[in-house]
Design a protein. Structure first.
Length: 440
């Protein structure tokens, strides 16, 4: 049984949880940028980007199926699924950490003086515990336990910043000693995530049964669902690279800097979008399982309305204040690009409105349809990228995103309507027939 949290309290806790993660990453980068040498900070930045890249594998193969299956099931089937998924996550995290160690060993042989060597050594520990922390966090969110998720992430963020602060303070007290390195920074992150992992494991200790015994069944189920999510993630990753490279090719790196500066302002809406996904994802999966197409439609409409109000309202305020924000954020360096901010904000609203439809497609177990809509967007965006960017520069990037996101929104809505209608006759089964057993 999911926890009986009032909606407002749940939403606030999930927003706090997302804010803790975002603030932790932001402050970590800010602190290391101040205390690390340029070479060490560059190594940290590149290896951190690599960690974010491989996290897409976890999101596709573990997190997305977990949100759908873990939200809809109860009792013994839930415990079996979570146990098997825990084993899957542990194996995946171990393999990714091992890949980091192999990379570090290769650097030790061929480039022993590289600052990346220490970064990969520390990151191998960090990526294992960060992914395990994310697994427990997602289980708690899927079961509507936002308080537990908040505890896991707040503990990790506070401990991470405390350890990094202590490291920086020690380096300041002894300037002749070793500076703060990427390896030590990643080891601090690993230690903090290990504590958060222990907290998460304790919080759900009664929800897991015989992980090894159920590992194969959960892996098969997660792969059947997650392979399409992995394909979608790959498609999105490719589509995100098309426009910046076309812009750089046609107009030079300075125009990419203009685009990046304006995008950074629009990205203020990302924590809100992520929090809404964490809030509504489990509810849509549960609604599809219990209420069928009608329940899913009601939940999806609420998700759409909330997204329009919160994300749309936030970006509207941003657009109204775009010129002074550009001036104060960048000391006048990017003045005169307020129109670009407005265009990017419009594109972001369209993208945000498409996310509830994507979650709904996952909720009725049709990630294959979601992949097809993502692939369609990639084809359309690629086809119009060159002429738009050549004619309008950075504004052409924003116009291309507007066209692509509008097309994807329309197609995704049509696909979802047809898929939901067809599911009415076969039923949306998110849990086995024996799911009437004792609930959590």
């Amino acid at each position: 049984m999911t926890a009986p949290f009032p909606a407002a309290r749940t939403g606030i806790l999930i927003l706090i949880d997302q804010a803790a993660l975002s603030a932790g990453n932001f402050l970590t980068g800010l602190l290391l940028g101040r205390v690390c040498t340029p070479a060490e900070f560059g190594a940290y930045t590149l290896v951190f980007a690599a960690i974010n890249g491989v996290s897409g594998i976890q999101n596709a193969l573990i997190v997305t199926p977990l949100t759908v299956f873990g939200s809809a099931r109860e009792g013994a089937p839930l415990r079996a699924y979570l146990g098997g998924s825990l084993a899957n996550q542990a194996v995946l995290s171990f393999l990714i950490a091992a890949a980091g160690l192999v990379t570090a060993a290769s650097l030790a042989v061929f480039s022993p003086e590289s600052p990346w060597l220490g970064a990969f050594l520390g990151a191998s520990a960090a990526v294992f515990f960060e992914q395990m922390q994310e697994f427990y966090r997602r289980v708690l969110l899927a079961r509507i336990r936002p308080g537990g998720a908040c505890l896991v992430d707040l503990a990790g963020t506070v401990l991470r910043l405390s350890l990094l602060g202590a490291l920086a303070f020690a380096a300041k007290l002894n300037p002749a000693g070793a500076p703060v390195t990427a390896r030590n920074a990643f080891l601090c992150i690993a230690a903090a995530s290990a504590v958060s992992t222990a907290i998460g494991a304790f919080r759900i200790r009664t929800w897991i049964v015989r992980p090894v015994e159920h590992a194969v069944a959960s892996a098969r189920e997660n792969w059947t669902f997650g392979r399409w999510s992995l394909a979608s993630a790959g498609t999105v990753a490719v589509s995100m690279q098309v426009y910046p490279w076309v812009l750089a090719t046609l107009h030079g790196a300075k125009t990419v800097a203009i685009l990046g500066a304006c995008q950074a302002l629009v990205f203020v809406s990302n924590p809100v979008m992520n929090a809404l996904g964490n809030f509504y994802g489990p509810f849509l999966a549960k609604s599809a399982s219990v209420g069928g197409p009608g329940g899913l439609a009601d939940a999806t409409r609420r998700y759409l309305y909330t997204t329009a109000v919160l994300v749309g309202g936030l970006l509207l305020l941003l657009v109204l204040a775009r010129d002074p924000l550009l001036f104060y954020a960048y000391s006048g360096k990017y003045d005169g690009h307020g129109l670009l901010v407005a265009l990017l904000a419009t594109s972001t609203v369209l993208y945000a409105l498409g996310r509830p439809l994507a979650v709904a497609l996952n909720a009725i177990h049709r990630p294959d349809l979601l992949f097809r809509t993502q692939f369609m967007a990639l084809v359309v965006g690629t086809a119009i990228a060159w002429p738009l960017v050549r004619a309008y520069g950075p504004a052409g990037v924003a116009i291309g995103h507007i066209v692509t996101n509008a097309c994807m929104l329309a197609v995704r809505g049509t696909v979802l309507s047809r898929a939901a209608a067809s599911s009415r006759s076969v039923g949306v089964r998110a849990q086995p027939e024996n799911s009437g057993s004792r609930t959590l």
